[in-house]
Design a binder for this molecule. Structure first.
Ligand SMILES: NC(=O)c1ccc[n+]([C@@H]2O[C@H](COP(=O)([O-])OP(=O)(O)OC[C@H]3O[C@@H](n4cnc5c(N)ncnc54)[C@H](O)[C@@H]3O)[C@@H](O)[C@H]2O)c1
Length: 267
């Protein structure tokens, strides 16, 4: 879905979005390009290259695909060098790459735990460190980490995921404190249930029933449901990211913006 935005408020900006091969990351890349940014859509899936090539968003920006695995620190550093050499100095970096391996703790394997943290936490560290080194030297820039509302409320079968997201969230806020004096802002966007492959992998039964349970709540898993009565579209999350990276949010840093239709009651 496109937003119909015609104000190129990000014209001239260079952005890198991880996990941009599909889902929320793809929507973020498109939203930034619609506002005029030159966006590098990075993903470990090679398909990101074709997806990027097809993007011709309104708004004057563009999306270029790049294969990148954020768990590999050296590859992340090399990707930053390459982007800055070929596209320009990065103004905006958005951490969206993430994985979910749902399982009760007693069944969670060492591999599931390690791989979850490798992407959701270490990946955010690698990418944000590479961004902060360059942005602080230039005295400007904006970093957004897409966390999860599961970082703020306990969820069954999500201990590794929620812990990895809580770590990434606090890491992003601490980084925001360190780099504020250099004019760099760091914020978090925490989505709730959003229509993507990650969400649908949780729906083992009929999708309509599963969706109704997510919206209406499920006492068996201690979920209260979604007060606004719908599951988010990836563009809902992208809108929040686009705001936070823009100059309209120039006085906002270390913030954690929940986009979950009220599902965690923000208690
Ligand atoms: N969908 C939801 O309900 C939901 C809710 C809360 C938070 N989130 C978070 O939003 C982000 C995007 O989720 P989504 O629903 O679009 O998921 P998705 O699974 O549809 O897409 C995730 C993308 O990240 C990429 N990726 C995974 N590991 C990577 C790595 N090591 N390096 C580079 N790219 C990698 C995948 O290839 C994929 O393209 C994730 O961080 C997720 O945890 C999603």
């Amino acid at each position: 879905m496109t937003s119909g935005i015609t104000d190129p408020e990000l014209a001239g900006r260079v952005a890198l979005v991880t996990g941009a091969g599909r889902g929320i990351g793809q929507a973020v890349a498109r939203a930034l390009a619609e506002r005029g940014a030159r966006v590098v859509a990075a993903d470990r899936s090679p398909e990101v290259k074709e997806q990027g090539a097809e993007e011709r968003p309104a708004g004057g920006g563009r999306v270029t695909g790049m294969v990148l695995d954020v768990t590999d620190a050296a590859a992340v550093d090399a990707a930053f060098k390459e982007v800055e050499r070929t596209v320009g100095p990065l103004d905006i970096v958005v951490n969206v790459a993430g994985i979910l391996r749902p399982a009760p703790v007693v069944e969670l394997t060492d591999t599931d735990w390690a791989e979850t943290f490798a992407v959701n936490t270490n990946g955010v560290f690698h990418t944000s460190r590479a961004a902060a080194r360059r942005m602080t030297a230039r005295g400007k820039g904006s970093i957004v980490t897409v966390g999860s509302n599961a970082a703020g409320v306990p969820r069954t079968q999500m201990a590794a995921y929620a812990a990895s997201k809580a770590a990434a969230t606090m890491f992003t806020k601490c980084l925001g404190l360190e780099v504020a004096r250099d004019g760099v802002r760091c914020n978090v966007v925490s989505p709730g249930s959003t229509h993507t492959d990650m969400q649908r992998q949780l729906w083992t039964d009929d999708h309509e029933q599963a969706e109704a349970r997510v919206i209406g709540g499920d006492p068996a898993s201690y979920r209260v449901g979604i007060p606004l009565g719908r599951i988010a579209d990836p563009s809902d999350i992208a809108e929040a990211v686009a705001f936070l990276v823009s100059d309209r949010a120039r006085h906002i840093t270390m913030h954690d913006l929940y986009v979950d239709g009220g599902a965690t009651l923000r208690a």
